[in-house]
Design a protein. Structure first.
Length: 363
């Protein structure tokens, strides 16, 4: 959020239901995989007064800003690069549009900007609102065993909350214990782009927007357990945790050798429950190296419930018989503690994270 708040723009009449919304000029903020598809749709229907990149450049959006700049040049769209949307200049630009669409902007928009476009600002959030508000919605839906989906809504002053234009519920098979989080994100992004033209048509026709009500939950920034794996978790949760954090180009779960503390990144490819497998061996023990038979850097690890087949994603393959520590590293006295916004108990015994600690009042 910017410190230099822009002065209020002239408030314009905004419709939310039962009136035709005349849209001729639009603005576009931010960029993402699905945002680029939305911009292509906007450019085919309206005059695009401006387009911007994100405020920052995360790894998963690498290269999109270059592609965006080239697209804008081809379509004669003023490209602003990375901007502070709350600046006076951006508020003035937005005040000359009928609608602004967020395509992946990574800043919090303040009231002057939100009230500048004639019909407001709409955003697509890759989570079902208001149950899945906040950061990394596809990740948290997978960890909580929630239905995946997205919400296109009219942005208000509350984060990820406003009148709903479309609430899309993905097939129940998406995510869960089958798909990596990257695959979930890509599937939702594809659906959001494909359905965006019909959403715009309904918005223009003046269709009433649905209230954003029901059970609420909010996730602030940060990864669960800072990405650290515990071999004392259930096999099902180990697999769920690994899939939820597997979002290329970012690495999935983290583990480290007890001796020497060497950190590695691993994905849990499969698990097997067994009361007799490696009986008497402590969870985290590397049981067998599979590199020679599988052709990949894979190995098995003893878990509380049996065995996990792991694939090395970064670092060195641990030696057979070595032990991988569980949970977040212990902090030595006098050193800076690793802050964790979403800790998971070392011996968490359920197959999915409970939603209770993230729940907010139902509206």
């Amino acid at each position: 959020m910017a410190d230099n708040a822009a002065p209020p723009a002239t408030k314009r009449t905004r419709t939310t239901s039962d009136r035709t919304r005349d849209i001729k000029t639009v603005g576009f903020l931010g960029i993402s995989d699905y945002g680029f598809g939305q911009l292509e749709c906007l450019a085919s229907r309206y005059h695009v007064a401006f387009a911007s990149a994100k405020r920052k450049a995360p790894a998963h959006a690498s290269g999109l800003d270059i592609r965006l700049a080239e697209f804008c040049k081809e379509r004669d769209i003023p490209y602003l690069g990375s901007v502070d949307a709350n600046s006076q200049h951006l508020v003035e630009l937005a005040s000359k549009t009928d609608l602004v669409v967020i395509g992946g902007y990574d800043g919090i928009l303040k009231k002057p900007f939100l009230e500048a476009p004639k019909h407001g600002v709409i955003n697509t959030h890759l989570g079902m609102l208001p149950l899945n508000r906040g950061c990394f919605p596809t990740l948290w839906a997978q960890l909580h065993e929630l239905r995946q989906g997205y919400t296109t809504y009219l942005v208000g002053t509350e984060i990820d909350f406003g009148p709903v234009l479309e609430l899309y519920e993905a097939p129940a098979s998406l995510g869960g214990l089958r798909d990596t989080n990257r695959s979930v994100y890509d599937a939702l992004a594809e659906a959001a782009v494909a359905r965006f033209p019909s959403s715009l048509e309904r918005f223009e026709k003046g269709d009433a927007l649905a209230p954003c009500d029901g059970q609420q939950a909010y996730h602030k920034k940060g990864l669960p357990n800072n990405g650290w794996i515990s071999w004392f978790w259930t096999n099902t949760f180990l697999r769920r945790f690994s899939l939820a954090l597997d979002f290329a180009p970012y690495l999935p779960g983290r583990a480290r050798l007890q001796e020497g503390g060497l950190e590695i990144s691993v994905s849990i490819e499969a698990t097997e429950k067994s009361e007799v497998a490696a009986a008497g061996v402590c969870p985290g023990t590397v049981l067998e190296l599979l590199c020679e038979t599988s052709g990949a850097e894979e190995f098995t690890v003893k878990t509380r419930e049996g065995v996990a087949r792991c694939r090395l994603r970064a670092g060195q393959v641990p030696a057979q018989g070595s032990v991988l520590s569980s949970g977040r590293p212990r902090v030595e006295r006098g050193t800076t503690e690793e802050v964790c916004a979403h800790p998971v108990d070392l011996e968490f015994a359920s197959d999915a994270l409970p939603l209770d600690r993230y729940s907010q009042a139902t509206r």
